[in-house]
Design a protein around this ligand. Structure first.
Ligand SMILES: *[C@@H]1O[C@H](CO)[C@@H](O)[C@H](O)[C@H]1NC(C)=O
Ligand SMILES: *[C@@H]1O[C@H](CO)[C@@H](O)[C@H](O)[C@H]1NC(C)=O
Ligand SMILES: *[C@@H]1O[C@H](CO)[C@@H](O)[C@H](O)[C@H]1NC(C)=O
Length: 485
């Protein structure tokens, strides 16, 4: 008795279903409806080149087989490096603190290290560089919270008239933002790559945070790379750096940090060196920027990758002993020194940028690094002071407007007074030549008002455009009228 109505119902449902499917397909074909299943796929980011993938597959296995066989190091004491005095500015001396790794572990570490650098094909790796990589460009690591500072940095780069291409590396697919990677960045001659796409699915090595930097440089298709942290901005077109000294003869330029280096001297025994090397810079490295050529330093990068992959618990504590900023920062120069590859360390001291809180505490908010060409061949031989400021590393706070607003970082602490994060206009002008904070905020306002519906981090923020405009008006415009468009 019930068979007939059920059948009729079924026919109606099937017909309705077919109608919906047809309408749906028609809309997809017309392009008016795009399903997420079609738009989110691993092929969306630029795919890795097969040669670089094959190269990494070989060396990832060697690095895996050279895994240090010791338990994670637990520091008993954290290095408290002295600031730099004129008398210790020269050559590095062994730092007077040792983690105290047991002798048997030192020997195990030495043997593992030797499995990489002593590998039959290791010393010939540089010969492959020109086959695997080509061209010159800028590499950065971004995604999530770091997208906004990275986009700002690229916008500032383009203001210098620099045309060098930029490759932006993201940790994994979940950080891939389609509109940013397919519209916003390409308009700035920048493209997205995903580090995870380069790693085998069964990769036993988990990489994150500091470990990503060396892999981004390695996986970039460029032969010569300027690496910039997402919060580091170039103040001049970097192109000439690649065509001149000291990069031409060394292929590796690094910049100084504030403190003396604090690696455990045992590191050099582990790395198979006869003694503590002579002629190292006294200061540790500030690796927010790095210039490197793979023709001369592909081996350096592989060994630095080793130090980073086994960084947490092993090489990070060995190379810094817990000193400020412990992470990838020392791994690049350490690798070059161990392999006796050439390098240049900028001698000019880094500049400090910050603000005073009502005659009290000084808050350091950014660092300035200087031009290596001016440093190598000083314009005024009696003084390094003539070197041009080249990089502005805005590390604390990072210039992510959504977070600056949410965390009240745009006001003097505990007040409602607008804050110049990088200090008075006069000192900025003296140091950089112009009021970079105002220039940067013009870019920030434009980003806040054009990416407010695009960048994931901005979409969650409340009235981001209006609030950014208001900060600009009240901080930089004495006559607080309309924001210039
Ligand atoms: C090294 O450190 C030890 C213990 O902290 C101290 O007794 C010694 O005087 C230091 N040596 C130098 C040369 O600073
Ligand atoms: C070194 O490279 C050659 C040529 O690519 C390869 O045949 C050989 O197996 C490699 N040696 C080792 C020890 O992996
Ligand atoms: C992808 O990256 C995000 C942010 O860095 C991280 O939280 C997440 O765990 C990562 N996912 C995988 C599968 O590695």
């Amino acid at each position: 008795m019930f068979a007939r109505p059920t059948r009729i119902l079924t026919i109606i449902l099937v017909a309705f279903g077919l109608f919906l499917t047809a309408a749906f397909l028609q809309r997809i074909l017309k392009g008016s409806l795009r399903l997420s299943i079609f738009t989110i796929s691993p092929s969306e980011a630029n795919p890795p080149t097969p040669q670089i993938l094959a190269f990494w597959e070989v060396w990832a296995k060697v690095i895996d087989a050279a895994r240090p066989e010791i338990p994670a190091i637990v520091l008993q004491e954290v290095a408290q490096p002295a600031g730099i005095q004129p008398e210790n500015e020269r050559d590095r001396k062994p730092f007077n603190l040792s983690i105290g790794i047991p002798k048997t572990d030192v020997e195990l570490l030495r043997q593992s290290h030797e499995r990489l650098v002593g590998h039959a094909n290791f010393s010939r790796v540089n010969e492959q560089a020109t086959r695997l990589f080509s061209g010159t460009g800028i590499v950065t690591v971004a995604g999530g919270y770091y997208f906004a500072p990275a986009i700002l940095s690229i916008r500032m780069l383009r203001k210098t008239n620099a045309t060098l291409p930029v490759q932006v590396f993201l940790q994994n697919k979940s950080e891939y933002e389609k509109k940013i990677c397919q519209e916003v960045l390409p308009a700035l001659n920048a493209e997205c790559f995903v580090i995870q796409d380069h790693l085998r699915k069964d990769n036993p090595v988990k990489v994150e945070h500091y470990q990503l930097k060396v892999l981004a440089i390695l996986f970039s298709s460029f032969e010569s790379v300027l690496y910039l942290d997402s919060d580091c901005m170039a103040l001049l077109d970097p192109k000439e750096l690649f065509d001149s000294e000291p990069f031409l003869s060394t292929g590796l330029v690094s910049w100084p940090d504030y403190w003396i280096a604090t690696e455990d001297p045992i590191f050099y025994r582990i790395a198979g060196l006869p003694s503590f090397p002579k002629g190292l810079p006294a200061r540790s490295s500030e690796a927010g920027q790095l210039l490197i050529s793979k023709q001369t330093h592909l081996t350096t990068l592989l060994l630095a990758a080793y130090y980073n992959i086994y960084g947490p618990g092993i090489y990070y504590p060995i190379l810094s002993q817990g000193a400020a900023g412990e992470g990838d920062k020392e791994t690049f120069l350490a690798a070059a020194v161990v392999l006796d590859n050439p390098d240049y360390r900028v001698r000019h001291r880094l500049g400090t940028v910050g603000y005073h809180e009502a005659d009290r505490e000084f808050h350091g908010t950014a660092m300035v690094q200087y031009h290596p060409g001016d440093d190598y061949a000083p314009r005024d031989p009696t003084s390094l002071k003539q070197a041009r400021p080249l990089f502005f590393h805005a590390n604390s706070p990072k210039m992510n407007i959504a977070h600056l607003l949410a965390e009240d970082k745009v006001f003097y602490p505990g007040t409602e007074d607008r804050l110049r994060i990088w200090g008075p206009k006069e000192s900025m002008t003296k140091m950089i030549g112009y009021d970079i904070e105002e220039t940067v905020w013009v870019e920030i306002v434009e980003m806040a008002c054009t990416l407010d519906d695009t960048l994931e981090d901005f979409r969650r923020a409340w009235q981001i455009c209006e609030r950014a405009q208001r900060h600009y008006r009240e901080t930089f415009q004495s006559d607080a009228t309309a924001f210039p468009t």
